[in-house]
Write a protein of this length. Sequence first.
Length: 310
Amino acid sequence: MEQLIVYGLNVAVYIGIFAIIAVSLNLEYGFTGLGNFGKAGFFLIGAYAYALVATAGLPSFLSIIVAASVCAIVGLLISLPALKLREDYLAIVTLTFAEIIRTIVKSEKWIANGVWGIGVPAAINTGNASYNVGIIINLLLVYGCLSLVLLFAEMLTNSPYGRIIRGIREDEDAIDALGKSKSGYKAQVLMTASAIAGIAGALFGQYVGYIEPNMFVPILTFTIWIMVILGGPANNWGVILGAALEQLFERGTKIIKDYIALPVDPNNLQYILFGILIILILLYRPAGLLSESKVKTAGTRSATKWLKHS
């Protein structure tokens, strides 16, 4: 029983970490319509940036900020040429970028020990405390960061800025007609979402304590996409729900083999279940489990109130 509780707490930490990166993809795809298929690359950059600066002695809080800043700069640099391309080519460029980054880190030993990976210092040193205490501390850290990220995403998307990025997703020509720079907004969204992905990568690295390039393969990107599509694009609470369900499926199939004789390998089973789940969602709930959230700016609230009394 105690082992199940510890495993459940461990799963909860992973849910929080992946909820953060799911929110970042939701800003790009759900609200702005940008197909970023390179999330694993930014996850990698965040984890490695944190590992390198934390190992050098920088305090953990500053190390997380550095990881987010590095990812934001890389996201901006990637956006400059990529946003001149059509949506499908943007997906190809970002996917290729993620694989190039992973290959470089894997091949160049001088960067971070190459394929052998590196150890990552914990954000909060628990000393001689038990493993369970470490998990609880990580729960507080991860969900504290998730709360801040969610608050920021909700404030951003429920503002005039949020109306503009939704407008870019729906009709770019209309945004041009209003005199707004759609390329500028897209670059800002990619930069912001990349920074959030960097925070998730830093939290992941410090929690697992060791990272190596093969942890950031393309299937990780598609897993994050499953979270967004399952939970509901353009709904921040929805993608958090999607992250929770995906992680419960993924990690539940790994432990269930100890209690039930499975006819297939647990890893294959989770992909089968994901496939069936996505097909059902696309057929019966194409908007995801939670539909797109409505804009809640002061202007929309005033307009709604006026319409009700008119």
